[in-house]
Write a protein that binds this ligand. Structure first.
Ligand code: GTP
Ligand code: MG
Length: 179
């Protein structure tokens, strides 16, 4: 049994919890065990966890996938190195309604903890007027896969997870080969 840990990171209100909620709806039969602590305003306090079980095509092995989201609020910054430790892949949820600069500040919080080849970018909130153009986002993240999404409508959510699993498994295989 392989265990993959995928963390959703990004600005506060970018749509991390929305991704996890939609995945839970889509994979109702596969999803189990969810921990989610919220403040009164519906912000994520501590962490958010959703476990999904998949059978991958890699040697027909069962893979357990745990999904987490980081708390976006500044006062929980101290928890992030712990949350990022030991992750198989990170989904960086880019908020298309906020500036590149603000999003990059959040992205840089992973610097030195998560390597770039473990990251997939989800360009979320593509439905909003004046969303940052997709091309600009792609140029900014040069080389990192960018998946457009409207997480609140479940669009791009599965594609994002699939890309993260692909990245996570590639990483696992590298570990296996070198050990
Ligand atoms: N317009 C639009 N709104 C979205 C989209 N995805 C999420 N939202 C909204 O953005 C708000 C914040 O979403 P959350 O999923 O709670 O954000 P979060 O990243 O978990 O926020 P924190 O836990 O506070 O860090 C909610 O009102 C969502 O409905 C989207 O694709 N488009
Ligand atoms: Mg949240």
């Amino acid at each position: 049994m392989r265990e993959l840990r995928i963390v959703y990171h990004g600005l506060g209100m970018a749509g991390k919890t929305t991704n996890l909620e939609k995945l839970k709806e889509i994979y109702t039969d596969k999803a189990y065990d969810r921990i989610h602590q919220q403040t009164n305003e519906g912000r994520t306090v501590y962490l958010d966890m959703l476990m999904l079980k998949f059978q991958t095509r890699v040697q027909g092995l069962y893979v357990t996938i745990s999904l987490f989201s980081t708390p976006g609020q500044q006062r929980f910054k101290i928890l992030r190195p712990w949350l990022f430790g030991n992750t198989s892949a990170v989904v960086f949820v880019f908020d298309s309604s906020r500036s590149i600069q603000e999003n990059m500040e959040s992205f840089h919080e992973m610097e030195g903890i998560v390597s770039k080849n473990k990251v997939v970018v989800q360009a979320n909130k593509r439905d909003i007027p004046n969303a940052i153009p997709l091309e600009v986002i792609k140029e900014t993240f040069n080389g990192i896969p960018v998946i457009p999404a409207v997480a609140k409508d479940g669009i791009g959510v599965v594609e994002t997870l699939k890309e993260a699993i692909k990245i996570a498994l590639t990483d696992e295989e590298r570990v296996v080969r070198s050990s």
